[in-house]
Design a protein around this ligand. Sequence first.
Ligand code: GTQ
Length: 348
Amino acid sequence: MNANNLDPAAQQQRKAYYDRIGKDSMTPLWEVLGALVPHQPKSPAVPHQWKYAAVRDSVMEAGRLISAEEAERRVLILENPALHGQSCITQSLYAGLQLIMPGEVAPAHRHTQSALRLVLDGEGAYTAVDGERTTMRRGDFIITPAWTWHDHGNLGNEPVVWLDGLDIPIVRFLDAGFAEKSDSAYQAVVRPEGDALARYGANMVPVDFYQQPAEPTKVFVYPWERTLASLRAIASGTPDTHFGHKQRYVNPATGRSPMPTMAAFSQLIPAGFETRPYRCTDGTVYVCLRGSAEASVAGQSFRLGENDVIVVPSWHSHQFRAGPETVLFSYSDRPVQQALGLWREQRN
Ligand code: GTQ
């Protein structure tokens, strides 16, 4: 419907009509149909990059401005520049850089939002999930599923920074957010470090264990050492034209994504390899863990070095050209889209 073809009187008449029905909280579909039911996704988010070297000083400055205790979580949100004020990196995903200084504790709490962590910088911190601690090492992928108690601490002597990925916008959209704080700053340790991984993450589970659908996954850390060893072993084979060598993290007890709202991936792109253009409906956050690559996102170019973050919005064609051997971590809302029958991809 092109209102511009109308004569002024008719335009006036429609406008008056819209104003009148507006008072009854109604609005005409035909003015917005194209935007409501688009031919293809038109994300309001834009591709963007955060160079770690450029933002690290600001992250450290937060460490001098506010304590972890006062902040509860001392995090700089990575906000999509086109979604200003919305605390999100895509319409459905949140990302942030969390800092914990030596001796600090980010107190125990739990919430219905699911969180993932990718450790980037520094040593000596831990995350505790439901009574078990895991020492955070660079490249470790750690999860705190919905409603699990978690606290973070730093027993070492250097600042530690990790990337937080949460489904905050999804839970906000559904108005399903609950949270509570624990009475004590940190959880009592009830299992030794490595217990969950040994019991549930070594291609075996306890004899009488069957994962209940509503229960959180038992494995909550995917150590970098194992990820890199897998990728390296696979990398002797032929790389996929669009991904290089790309693996999807799973709950080993089910083969499904570790958490119902977010998928996570690790991929190794061999030195000099260029992936073919690819797009998918799940807007994706990529982090370069090793090496460097040139990312091309819908015609925009980004030089990705270690710890740099880029966001690729839904249905934006992207490809990578690795300099040296490069490892990228990524996460997205793919499991949500797949559960709803919405997910699509296109390989060019
Ligand atoms: O570590 O629990 O970036 O609750 C945002 C909300 C981190 C956390 C965030 C959170 C957390």
